[in-house]
Write a protein that binds this ligand. Structure first.
Ligand code: ZN
Length: 463
């Protein structure tokens, strides 16, 4: 089966040009001007549209256990929702249980995804324990295509590991070429501040934000980068939320240190005021790191523009308001941490980035697709429009108007963090490996068609 995407404007991270794209089987066969349809070839008219590489969301939590409940999207509903918004690959997180082997976690997460995923998916491994065979396990995971590991400096007694463990993991990647992703917040200090707040009867959702100061994030980012320097390895900071943390990354990069960071739409567009909404509404915005005062938003946009930040991912981790967020009604520490966003990332960054003039079209493609493909060992198979790359293509309609709402979204969650946000620019046709999986607002991809992405070590962070 071959398909010709005709008369569109092809936009990649490095160029914008009028071109047609021919897809044969699962891959792009050629990109060129005035390609002529062949007999029997399907033609997709992309006149007036941009043709961009499928989005890559490098930070999602589908079907993830947390605090006695499980994130409400599984690999079927989550990846289908992603596809509606123009995202054709995700990288989710398997979690190593303390005292268990990483391979067990990989098997568990691959079973969650198999038969369900609509888009392709890779997995990072969350490391909670490097005792025993941990370092060998890391090498084993790299051979399985898990080319990145995440460690937590927050959540003591749950996910947090000590600095020695972080340093060992970083040192191991200096040998095996994987990439360490850090959740950078000083969890020990935060726990003391949280205990004080609860003792003072401060239980409302807003205290989730007020007990996690920006200094706790900036200090941890600084420490993570220092440890990476000592280990001789690059480091990637996940969900960076504040100017203070950004300054640490920028300062390191200015010195030539291979430090990388992502931010998320919620930090660019929402603020701590959302946690102060009346009643228990603020719980919808409880995730970690927390939302910050509005002044941080323009700094993060500037960071994206100037490449102090390289990636926008979502940290999609949905919990329903009615029966999950409510677990923390009388105690903000019991609110499941996480928010939904997998479907709206491309729309929000396009509208608030490109339409407003903060980002060029090429930079939009870079931070939502090409950079995550490079950094996480998927390039040029993903994140590129060129002969030989997977035919993950989005026909993007720059004039399509859409109002984001829980009433119409495809994520399995009963609220939207961006309820009522109006955007101009949306995915019209979405192809994954040559197959149309969303067509004019209709899902067309079968659950289980998505494949596990075996990623390679020594990705872009090492170059
Ligand atoms: Zn996360």
């Amino acid at each position: 089966m071959s398909t010709l995407v005709k008369s569109g404007t092809v936009v990649t991270a490095h160029e914008t040009k009028k071109a047609d794209v021919r897809v044969e089987g699962e891959r792009i066969a050629e990109v060129g001007e005035n390609l002529q349809p062949r007999t029997g070839e399907r033609v997709i008219d992309a006149a007036g549209m941009y043709v961009i590489p499928g989005g890559i969301d490098a930070h999602t939590h589908l079907d993830m256990p947390f605090g006695g409940t499980t994130s409400s999207d599984d690999f079927e509903t989550g990846t289908r929702a992603a596809a509606f918004g123009g995202t054709t690959s995700i990288v989710d997180f398997a979690i190593q249980g303390r005292g268990t082997r990483m391979r067990d976690a990989l098997d568990t997460w691959r079973k969650k995804a198999e038969g369900r995923a609509v888009t392709d998916y890779g997995l990072h491994m969350i490391v909670t324990d490097l005792g025993g065979a941990g370092l060998e396990d890391m090498d084993d995971m790299v051979r399985e295509g898990v080319a990145s590991f995440k460690l937590f400096m927050a959540y003591p007694n749950v996910l947090m590991v000590d600095d020695g463990t972080i340093f060992k993991a970083l040192s191991q990647t200096a040998k095996n070429g994987a990439l360490i992703c850090m959740h950078a917040e000083n969890g020990s200090v935060i726990d003391v501040i949280v205990a004080r707040a609860l003792a003072e009867g401060k239980t409302a959702p807003v205290y989730h934000a007020l007990t996690r100061p920006v200094q706790a994030e900036a200090e941890a980012v600084h420490r993570a980068i220092a440890m990476a320097e000592m280990a001789g390895a690059p480091v990637y900071i996940v969900h960076l939320s504040s100017e203070d943390a950004l300054n640490q990354v920028r300062e390191a990069r200015d010195r030539g240190v291979p430090a990388f960071a992502e931010t998320c739409p919620q930090y660019l567009l929402l603020s701590v005021e959302d946690l102060e909404r009346p009643g228990f509404e603020g719980a919808k915005y409880v995730f970690t790191p927390p939302l910050r005062p509005k002044e941080h938003q323009p700094k993060l946009w500037g960071g994206l523009k100037h490449d102090h930040l390289q990636v926008v991912s979502t940290d999609h981790c949905p919990f329903c308001f009615a029966d999950q967020k409510i677990l923390g009604k009388d105690d903000f520490t019991k609110i499941p941490n996480g928010g939904p966003g997998i479907e709206n990332r491309m729309q929000l960054i396009y509208h608030h980035g490109v339409n407003s003039g903060k980002l060029t079209l090429n930079r939009f493609v870079e931070i939502t697709s090409t950079a995550p493909a490079r950094i996480f060992g998927m390039y040029p198979r993903k994140g590129e429009i060129a002969a030989g790359s997977d035919a993950d293509l989005v026909i993007w309609d720059p004039e399509a108007r859409h109002t984001i709402s829980a009433k119409t979204h495809h994520m399995r969650v009963d609220y939207s963090m961006f309820e009522g946000f109006e955007v101009r620019g949306n995915a019209r046709v979405v192809m994954s490996r040559g197959e149309v999986i969303v067509d004019a607002g209709q899902a067309a991809g079968k659950p289980g068609r998505g494949r596990y992405l075996k990623r390679t070590a020594h990705g872009g962070a090492w170059k």
